[in-house]
Design a protein around this ligand. Structure first.
Ligand code: HEM
Length: 332
């Protein structure tokens, strides 16, 4: 008898384990985690029968407990499209299972915000440039096709000379055949843009002019050596002399005698001019008692000595024989 009772108890426990009554799940479902959403297709027939047996009580208890289990299968996708209504909408959707099984969970898609077709106030949108904006950097130069190539490097010049423009006028032109223009100097045929020889020559020597004493400026000399002045240092009634080299040689400016100087066949008494000479007295006396034509021309050929020394003209430089003839004529 006791064995029969124990067997019934064991059988009841086994039955309860195998077929648990629905009321046993209520405390667990309310206190534990929410029940998983199950699809009707996957529900076993026995479970459907059990649910039907539970009646309205089971439906009321399970209906509000439909929830979404937070799991890795649900992702939040925010669309960044800017051209449609999806721009400002976010879609919460369920990812399909990897194994290709049918989607068993419902998809929850929030309603998209419908923008009006013609908004009253236009929205500002970032203008999309038609062409890519070029960017500059100090990095290595790229070989992109839309970039302007660098300028060509200057070709190596032979002899390192600066290139010159074409010669003008052309060598075979009629203008060149007539010769250079008057008063324009002579230009080298191959000069091009090269500076004229006067600019490319050596720098001029430093000035050797001296400081003249007061009252001996060029203007003072011009004033005292006017047309009516006679600075020859001889008798005013004496005509122009025929000066021989022997006569000239003793007029050195020393021993109480005036300094005479012959320039281009004319003999001048330069003693009155000595203190007015910009080059100084010693320089002027280098040509005293001799023919100073060459020396004068080497230093300042541009000086108009004939006008400046007109009042100092003594006579003409003649040969010794011509001087003798003059002496003979004077005696006759
Ligand atoms: C043959 C003898 C002569 C010698 C050695 C001589 C020497 C010199 C020297 C060294 C100078 C300075 C040049 C300079 O600026 O660096 C000079 C200037 C000058 N000399 Fe003579 N001279 C002589 C005859 C004369 C005579 C006869 C005259 C008179 C017309 C004269 C008029 C001048 C004038 C006007 C200057 C200033 C030139 C200038 O500023 O460009 N010289 N001379």
């Amino acid at each position: 008898m006791a064995l029969l009772g124990i067997s019934l108890i064991v059988a009841s426990v086994v039955f309860v384990i195998l077929r648990p009554p629905p009321w046993l799940w209520l405390p667990w479902q309310s206190a534990g985690k929410p029940a998983a959403i199950t699809d009707g297709k996957e529900t076993k027939a026995s479970d459907r029968d059990r649910d039907q047996d539970d009646g309205q009580h089971r439906l009321k208890a399970d209906a509000p407990k439909i929830a979404i289990e937070p799991s890795d299968d649900i992702e939040l996708r925010i669309s960044s499209a800017t051209t449609s209504a999806e721009r400002s909408s976010s879609t919460l959707r369920q990812r399909k299972p990897e194994d290709g099984a049918p989607n068993s969970l419902p998809t929850i898609v929030p309603p998209a915000i419908q923008e009006p077709e013609s908004p009253t106030t236009p929205k500002a949108q970032a203008a999309t440039p038609a062409l890519p904006v070029p960017s500059f950097s100090l990095a290595e130069p790229t070989t992109s096709n839309n970039m302007m190539p660098p300028p060509p490097l200057p070709s190596s010049r032979p002899n390192g000379r600066i290139p010159s423009l074409n010669q003008f006028p052309a060598p075979n032109s009629a203008q060149r055949a007539r010769g250079p223009a008057p008063n324009r100097g002579f230009s080298a045929p191959s000069s091009g843009l090269a500076p004229p020889p006067t600019l490319s020559a050596k720098p001029p020597k430093p000035s050797r002019q001296v400081v003249l004493t007061p009252g001996h400026s060029p203007l003072d000399w011009a004033r005292i050596s006017g047309p009516s002045a006679d600075l020859r240092g001889v008798e005013s009634s004496t005509p122009y002399l025929r000066v021989t080299p022997s006569m000239l040689k003793v007029q050195t400016g020393r021993k109480g005698k005036d300094a005479w100087m012959a320039i281009n066949g004319k003999v001048y008494n330069v003693t009155p001019y000595a203190k007015f000479h910009p080059g100084g007295v010693p320089e002027l006396m280098r040509g005293a008692g001799r023919d100073g034509t060459k020396l004068f021309g080497e230093i300042h050929p541009w000086v108009n000595y004939e006008t400046m020394l007109a009042a100092c003209l003594v006579g003409l430089l003649v040969d010794e024989a011509d001087g003798k003839e003059g002496e003979m004529d004077k005696m006759d």
